[in-house]
Design a protein around this ligand. Structure first.
Ligand code: RP5
Length: 165
C-alpha cells in the first residue's frame, strides 16, 4: 500500500491470531493497489477503542470496513452499529466448531444493521467485495475488476484444456 495515501479500506480483526485468515483481504487489496490499513480492534477486550474506531472511520476517509472475528464474533456487527460505512464481515474459523459459531455470530444481524457476510475464512472475497464497492465510483478500479474477471474465466478454460489434453 502506498504509505502516503490515506486508507480507503480498514481491515480490522478481533485478535492478531485472526491475521492468518485476514491477511488474504490485505493481499487482495494490495493486488488492486487500494490503500488500506490493518488494525486489531476487539469488541470484547478493547470495547472503547472499537466504538471510537467505528465512529471515526468515515471521517478519516475510510470507505469500507472489513472486519474479521472468530467465536463470539461481535466485532463486525458492533462496528456496523456505529458507522454509516458498509461493513464486510469475515467469519474466522477457530479450533472448535469449525467457524460455524463465527458465521452465525456475524450473519444473524437484526433488521436495520446489515453486515455483508462472506463465507467462513473468506477474507479474499471480502477484499474483492470492498474493491467492488469502491469501483462503483472509480472507473480505474472497475476496469481492473473487469480484467480480474476475464483472467478468472481464462484460468477455468485453461484448466478445461488441461483436462482434455
Ligand atoms: C475473537 O476471539 C478473535 O477475533 C479471535 O478469533 C478469537 C480468539 O482470540 P485469541 O484468544 O486468539 O486472541 O475475539
Amino acid at each position: 500500500m502506498p504509505a502516503s495515501t490515506s486508507p480507503l479500506v480498514s481491515v480490522v480483526m478481533g485478535s492478531d491470531s485472526d491475521w492468518t485468515v485476514m491477511e488474504e483481504a490485505s493481499r487482495l487489496l494490495t493486488e488492486f493497489d487500494v490503500a488500506h490499513e490493518v488494525e486489531v480492534v476487539s469488541a470484547h477486550r478493547t470495547p472503547e477503542k472499537m466504538i471510537a474506531f467505528g465512529k471515526e472511520a468515515a471521517g478519516r476517509g475510510v470507505r469500507v470496513i472489513i472486519a474479521g472475528a472468530g467465536g463470539a464474533a461481535h466485532l463486525p456487527g458492533m462496528l456496523a452499529a456505529v458507522t454509516t460505512l458498509p461493513v464486510v464481515g469475515v467469519p474466522v474459523p477457530l479450533a472448535r466448531l469449525d467457524g460455524l459459531d463465527s458465521l452465525l455470530s456475524i450473519v444473524q444481524m437484526p433488521a436495520g444493521v446489515p453486515v455483508a457476510t462472506v463465507s467462513i475464512g473468506g477474507a479474499r472475497n471480502a477484499g474483492l467485495l470492498a474493491v467492488k464497492i469502491l469501483a462503483t465510483s472509480d472507473d480505474t478500479l472497475a476496469g481492473a475488476l473487469a480484467r480480474f474477471a476475464a483472467d478468472l474465466e481464462a484460468s477455468v478454460e485453461q484448466k478445461n484444456r488441461a483436462l482434455q489434453a
